[in-house]
Ligand binder design. Sequence first.
Ligand code: FES
Length: 135
Amino acid sequence: MIPSTQKEYPSLGRRLFLYIGGLFCLYPILRFITHKTPRVPVVIEVHEPLNSAGFLLKDRFIIFSRMGKTWAVSRTCTHLGCTLNYKEKEDWLECPCHQSRFSTSGSVLQGPAKKPLIRYPAEKNPEHPFITVIT
Ligand code: FES
């Protein structure tokens, strides 16, 4: 009979086998949880002209064209997802929900949002009368 102070523990080999087996079982679960489906880029042709101030508001993004450069930034606030408004006089994007502010390049000027806006490649082609935005 074994005294109560000397319990029988699994041997080191058996414990190692259980740890490694556990890791093999966890791997597919971790792969499933962390898997991200690659996003397919969507090309949007905007056939409207920019206004005289050099911007055009669309539903999901705003296009700017200044000093020979054209770019687009998302209008979705990085805080909780409200749609941003462009304040032309101040030249920034402002969130109507919690008043985060973003520059026209998408960087955060004022919180509570912490992440910058998504910036999309945009191209103004002189041969075509439209702007291409890749979202
Ligand atoms: S959703 Fe825009 S600041 Fe909160």
